[in-house]
Ligand binder design. Structure first.
Ligand code: NAP
Length: 481
């Protein structure tokens, strides 16, 4: 597979590296190793394309984005197995989310391209001053594109995360350089062919890949890049922020999470367990929004732990292409080893592992069993750190204030959950949680609701119209009416 730089499909100047199927440990394909010069050439191509692209009409951009969505849909039979093989996600996740959500995102931002970008302000009578004569001043606030956006994405949903950045950035009139995660860039590279087929002008979309930090670092450091839209770990986000801050590059940062699932005594147990079990069942817990930190009121604690223990044991772990499988592998041996290290540490620090904990008996692949650690204490590493795997911890609390304090006792603030039979309490507690999103009695995500983090979980907001605005600069235009 080849990268996309300007109007050329190019090989990596540093050769290729293998992409491994996390279930079979077999090589799925080879990805290009970009040199730093190639990354800079991609940013330059995007900068060259920007003036003309930013002056296209919203309707032209909408048409191309719609066409791109159609092409992804038309190639779904090729993209689903490819993205499934390189990510190790279950067939269900690949078929219903990895590719269809990508199509939805391009279609959503085709509509976004024609959303209003000018806010008229009420005219203001202004007296004569030392600055200028009296006037009735009119003004508008105009949304302008930022310029070249570096779109750097994580491994869990390679196409979806890419589309969530490229869609709104292009709709707003920006040009982009995409740098997918090293573990699974193949479907994104294939997407590059669809960009050309859709008829985007050369340089509007560029795609570069690499196995190490070199490509990403060269991109963030490029003087042609005006904005970095990054989704990934907090540690990498902090590093990018330091480098980008030097030239005041605009930042959208969607970072790590350690979601609290705050469960009150009056919660519906079935709904709660179903929701919390998603922390294991959904993409093997490799989800930034997962409710991995369960904080349970004493009256429901034992029942909840028993129910979660049973649920963890019932989830079928195995080959992701078997339709019965619920929990597939994690992305790599390194990620599996990291997760296992946390489970060991959790036990050493005094937690009780009541489900999972041991490596499933599979001949090949990077599997971790759904793991439940109870009797957890706030200072334990399994409670504080994002594990990004199928591991859930449970802590008890007595009253509402203590529950809220425990939920907020984290450097993260991405997505929290409240389970209660009392709607008033649900809303009251949600307002006290220092988290970008709070879901009450559900783990669903609203596609138009703003998405992003408080605290170390990020800066800025994604999704819906909020996602469009993230890729714009506000400009004021003032005149005597
Ligand atoms: P990661 O290790 O932070 O990598 C993310 C991306 O950053 C990759 O493309 C990586 O590629 C690149 N990168 C690494 N170092 C870089 C540098 N110095 N400069 C520029 N780019 C650099 O994250 P991951 O392991 O793929 O994904 C898991 C993390 O993503 C979790 O923390 C999870 O919470 C977070 N996440 C957040 C959201 C959200 O919306 N908030 C959504 C999904 C995932 P290279 O390593 O090749 O450089």
């Amino acid at each position: 597979m080849r990268m996309l730089i300007g109007d050329e499909s190019v090989a990596g100047e540093r050769g290729t590296y293998p992409i491994v199927n996390p279930a079979t440990e077999e090589v799925v394909g080879e990805a290009p190793e970009a040199s730093a010069d190639q990354v800079c050439a991609a940013a330059e191509a995007a900068a060259t394309a920007f003036p003309a692209w930013s002056r296209t009409t919203p309707e032209q951009r909408a048409e191309l984005l719609d066409r791109l969505g159609d092409l992804v849909r038309d190639n779904i039979d090729e993209l689903v197995p490819l993205v499934q093989a390189e990510t190790g996600s279950t067939l269900r996740v690949a078929q219903t989310m990895q590719v269809p959500t990508t199509v939805e995102r391009f279609r959503r931002y085709a509509k976004g391209a024609v959303e209003p970008t000018v806010d008229p302000l009420a005219p203001v009578p202004f007296p004569s001053t030392a600055l200028a004569p009296a006037a009735l001043l009119g003004a508008v606030a105009v949304r302008q594109p930022v310029g070249v956006v570096a779109c750097i994405t994580p491994y869990n949903f390679p196409l979806v995360n890419m589309a969530g950045k490229v869609g709104p950035a292009l709709a707003m009139g920006n040009t982009v350089v995409v740098k997918p995660a090293p573990q699974d860039p193949l479907a994104v590279l294939r997407f590059g062919d669809l960009v050309r087929e859709a008829g985007f002008p050369p340089g509007v979309v560029n795609i570069v890949t690499g196995s190490g930090a070199e490509a990403g670092e060269a991109l963030v450091g490029s003087g042609d890049v005006d904005m970095v839209s990054f989704t990934g770990s907090t540690a990498v986000g902090q590093r990018i922020g330091q480098v980008a801050g030097h030239d005041m590059k605009r930042l959208l940062m969607e970072l790590g999470g350690k979601g609290a699932g705050l469960v009150f005594d009056d919660a519906d147990l079935r709904t709660t367990i179903g929701g919390l079990a998603s922390a294991w069942a959904f993409h093997s817990g490799q989800i930034c929004t997962a409710p991995t930190r369960v904080i349970a009121q004493r009256g429901i604690y034992d029942q909840l732990v028993a129910g979660l223990t049973q649920a963890a044991g019932q989830l079928t772990v195995g080959d992701p292409i078997d339709p019965r499988t619920v929990v597939g592998p994690v992305v790599s041996a390194a990620q599996r080893d990291r997760i296992e290290g946390y489970i060991l540490q959790g036990a050493e620090e005094g937690g009780s592992v009541v489900a999972g904990g041991e490596r499933p008996a599979m001949e090949r692949g990077f599997y971790v069993a759904p793991t439940l650690i109870v009797d957890a204490k706030p200072a334990m590493s399994v409670v504080r750190d994002e594990i990004f795997g199928p591991v859930v911890v449970v802590l008890p609390f007595d009253d509402e204030d203590e529950g809220v304090a425990l939920a907020n006792d984290t450097p993260y603030g991405l997505n929290d959950y409240v389970f209660t039979g009392d709607a008033t309490r649900g809303m009251r507690v949600a307002r006290q949680l220092r988290s970008g999103s709070v879901a009450i009695n559900t783990v669903q995500q609203h596609p138009e609701a703003p998405f992003g983090g408080f605290k170390l979980s990020g800066v800025g907001r994604d999704r819906g119209s909020y996602g469009l605005l993230a890729y714009s600069e506000l400009q004021s235009i003032v005149w005597p009416a």
